[in-house]
Design a protein. Structure first.
Length: 515
């Protein structure tokens, strides 16, 4: 690919505009997200994209550029995602905005025929954007639990005694904690990316490429289960030092390399199935014969170019005028003063570990164990966020409970009283949890600027709307749970939670800002 002076100026201007719009997002992406161990592979993705573009350079250059007005539609989508991310507090929306803007500018500037030549490198750009924590946790939790189960089954086959509870493998002398199970799945997304690249270069029919790609997910789960089993076997003899540090990282890379080798062997097998449709080799697809038609150099007066520049420029101006007055943080009372005694209930304050507080990223919290005169206990937890800007969002308790080994027997809704005397009620999430024969009943919900919300997606939508219209993104998570004791029914536990809520929620109202 060669650039004229005009084309180079257009490229620099587009880069400056997108960089100006997304400066804080790009800084967070490279300086924070890519530094997390689960996503440090992202540093390699730009080089992969550059190689893929270089591989298509001759085909790309052989086609004439035909600027298109249609490309402005994905540019508008990118601008919409930008404001959703900035005002709704979600980095994924901002990362998608970057991608849509790049995709749109390529379409607008080069036209559809040239865009089809570089569609795969543009698609691979998406893999350098980590998913949001709440989505990543939901996507990987089931896989983590399955990997832990496979690891336990592997140890049982070797007659190694092990007890599994959620994502924890208890070996007696040591435990493989949730952290170890999660870190094994750090290779999940890199495995999918490798599968994408191998499928792209696989000279075989489409169905064989799809089989190769889809096999990466079960392969990642199986190999991670094997890794956990081997780690557990070694930990039995050498202790928990094999579950962390250099040894832990090395075993991860070995398993990853074996997984890639298995994919290559799978390609070899698939290549031998059927005698038609390619030999199944690995390499770039043969180029299609294309007419050589050099397009005219881009002009600065080109209307599509001017329209794209104006839209991006207006986005910068509008955002800067809104940004200064965007965040309106209401005053609140500190949870340090939350009463230890509420009605008939006497509480004992619990303190979280510093690393948990940093991971949850809340502004303030209260965690209490309350008991009544009968000795029955209710656990009360509230996490308050003054701002849910980018990267600072409420964490749903569902993921933590499942990861801790609690199974949801029932999930639904409950009407909870808001006053000691009165009929005012709120609708909240209700869950019956079970682990090793023990049961708990839990209520949880998200008070947000006068609303009672019950799911994370609803929370994101209202965060965007209220940030845009009110300049506020404050909110909280409230979770109340109690054990279902052996000699009582679920209805008895329900009555206890409802009675505690009737006493506690009027007090909580004094600590959370309303509308």
């Amino acid at each position: 690919m060669t650039f004229t002076g005009t084309a180079l100026f257009q490229l620099v201007l587009y880069t400056a505009l997108i960089g100006g719009i997304h400066y804080s997002s790009l800084r967070h992406l490279v300086g924070h997200d890519w530094n997390r161990q689960d996503f440090d592979y992202c540093y390699l993705i730009p080089f992969v994209v550059l190689y893929l573009l270089w591989d298509k350079r001759k085909t790309f250059a052989s086609l004439a550029s035909k600027p298109s007005w249609v490309g402005l539609f994905p540019l508008l989508i990118g601008i919409l995602f930008f404001f959703l991310g900035e005002f709704g507090g979600e980095y994924l929306s901002l990362y998608l905005s970057i991608w849509f803007m790049i995709f749109a500018l390529c379409w607008t500037h080069f036209g559809w025929r040239k865009l089809k030549v570089i569609w795969f490198p543009l698609f691979i750009i998406l893999t350098m954007f980590p998913p949001p924590n709440f989505l990543y946790g939901r996507l990987t939790l089931g896989m983590q639990l399955l990997s832990s189960k496979l690891g336990a089954d592997f140890l049982h086959l070797l007659n190694v005694p092990v007890f599994r509870e959620g994502n924890v493998l208890d070996l007696g002398n040591t435990q493989l904690q949730i952290v170890a199970a999660c870190s094994g799945l750090r290779y999940l997304i890199p495995m999918v990316i490798v599968g994408l690249l191998l499928a792209y270069f696989f000279q075989a029919p489409l169905w064989k490429r799809l089989v190769l790609l889809l096999s990466t997910l079960p392969l990642a789960i199986l190999t991670n289960g094997l890794r956990l089993g081997i780690t557990g076997l070694l930990a039995r003899h050498w202790g928990d030092k094999v579950t962390r540090g250099a040894f832990h990282d090395i075993t991860g890379w070995i398993i990853f390399a074996l997984s890639v080798l298995f994919l290559l062997l799978e390609m070899k097998v698939l290549g031998r199935i059927g005698g038609k449709g390619g030999k199944g080799g690995l390499g770039p697809a043969p180029p299609r014969p294309l007419p050589v038609a050099a397009g005219r150099p881009g002009r600065l007066s080109q209307p599509q170019f001017l329209a794209a520049v104006v839209l991006l420029g207006l986005t910068i101006v509008f955002f800067q005028t809104r940004q200064g007055a965007r965040e309106n943080i209401p005053p609140t009372k500190s949870f340090v003063s939350f009463p230890v005694s509420i009605g008939e209930w006497s509480g004992k304050r619990q303190e979280m570990e510093r690393e948990i507080i940093e991971a949850l990223d809340f502004t303030d919290y209260v965690l209490m164990d309350y008991r009544n005169a009968k000795g029955e206990s209710v656990n009360f937890y509230v996490a308050y966020y003054q701002s849910q800007r980018k990267g600072e969002s409420i964490h749903s308790p569902e993921t933590c409970l499942l990861g801790g080994g609690w199974a949801f027997q029932e999930s639904g809704a409950a009407a909870v009283p808001m006053r000691v005397d009165g009929d005012e009620r709120i609708i909240v999430n209700r869950a019956v949890l079970e682990k090793r024969g023990n049961r708990q009943l839990a209520y949880f919900w998200f008070p947000s600027r006068g609303r009672i919300l019950t799911n994370a997606y609803e929370l994101k939508i209202y965060n965007f709307w209220d940030a845009f219209t009110k300049g506020r993104t404050d909110g909280a998570l409230v979770r109340i749970l109690t054990a279902v004791y052996p000699n009582e029914s679920l209805q008895d536990a329900e009555a206890r939670l409802l009675g505690f809520s009737r006493e506690a929620l009027p007090v909580l109202e004094q600590y959370l800002p309303g509308k």
